[in-house]
Design a protein around this ligand. Sequence first.
Ligand SMILES: NC(=O)c1ccc[n+]([C@@H]2O[C@H](COP(=O)([O-])OP(=O)(O)OC[C@H]3O[C@@H](n4cnc5c(N)ncnc54)[C@H](OP(=O)(O)O)[C@@H]3O)[C@@H](O)[C@H]2O)c1
Length: 297
Amino acid sequence: MPVDRGSAAGVQGSSGRAASGHRHCRRGGDGSVTPVQPKVLVVGGGSMGGALARGLLAAHWRPADIVIVEPSPDRRTALAALFPGVVVETEPRDADGAVLAVKPVDAEAACRSVAATRCRRVLSIMAGVTVTRLESWLAPSSAVLRAMPNTPATVGAGVSALAAGSTASGPDIAWAEEVLGAVGDVVRVPEESLDAVTGLSGSGPAYVFLVTEALVAAGQSAGLSPEVSRRLAVGTVAGAGRLLAESGEPPERLRAQVTSPGGTTEAGLRVLEERGLREALAAAVVAATERSRELGA
Ligand SMILES: NC(=O)c1ccc[n+]([C@@H]2O[C@H](COP(=O)([O-])OP(=O)(O)OC[C@H]3O[C@@H](n4cnc5c(N)ncnc54)[C@H](OP(=O)(O)O)[C@@H]3O)[C@@H](O)[C@H]2O)c1
C-alpha cells in the first residue's frame, strides 16, 4: 500500500519534535483529541509497527500524529527515511494512546516505559500477553486493549480481532479501531477468543501460502513450467481473495457459481472433499489455537 506522501509533506514542519515534553494524555469521554500531542505512540518500529505507521499515513493521519519508539539506531534511521515528519525516538512520550508492537519477550520493558509517560490508553498487538499481565506492568489507571492482527496488515490488507479490557471505554475502543482500521478490517471479540483468532486469522496466511505452494507444485506436475505455474497459482489465490472481499458474497455461493454439474471444478472439488481438506483445516486451526493457549500460559 503506498504511503500518502502528499498529505505527509504538507505538515512536516509541525512534526511535534519541538514539543517533546510530557503533556497530559487525555482519555476523556467525548472521544475528541488534544491537538498538541501525538495521537499514537507506536512502541516498537519493526514489521508491525512500521506497517501501522504506513497505514495511518495512508489513512491521512498527519505525520505529527505519530511517534515511533525504537531502540535500534539503524531501524530508527530507516523509519525516519520511510516516514518523513514522523518523530522516531528512543523513549516513549505522551500521546492519546500507545500501541505495543514489540515481541512478547520485551512486553514488560515496553509497558514500564509507557507507564512512565502520562499515556493511559494502551493497545497491545503482542501474541499471548494477557490483559491481566499488561495491567500489572502499566500504570493503574490504564485502559488496556489487545488485538491480533495478521501479516497482510503490512500491505494494508490485514484483519484484526480486537478485545477490550474491563477498563477500556467506548472512546478507547473507537481509538483502537481507528488505529487498526488503517491496516485492514477489524472485528470485536472477547479476550478469551484471541487464541482461536490466532489459530484462524493469525496463522491463516501461512495456511493459504501452503495451499499456494501446493498449487504451484501441482501445476508443474501437470506439465506447466515453474514460472507459469507460479504466476497462475499466485494470481488465482490473490484474485479469489479479492473477489471474496469485494463481492461480499459468501464463499459457498462463489464456489457454487464456478462449479458446473459434471464439469472440471466439480471433479477437482470432489477429490478435495474425499481427501479431507475441511477436516485438515479444522484440525490445523485447533492445533494452532491450542499452541497459542500454551504459549500464553
Ligand atoms: N508480524 C506479524 O504478522 C504479527 C501478527 C500479529 C501480531 N504480531 C505481534 O506484533 C509484535 C511485533 O511483531 P513484529 O513482527 O513487528 O516484531 P519485530 O519486527 O521484531 O519488531 C519489534 C521491534 O520492537 C523493538 N523493541 C524491542 N523492545 C522495545 C522496547 N522496550 N521499546 C520499543 N521498541 C522495542 C525491537 O527492536 P530490537 O529488534 O532492537 O529488539 C523491534 O524493532 C509481536 O509481539 C507479535 O506477536 C505480529
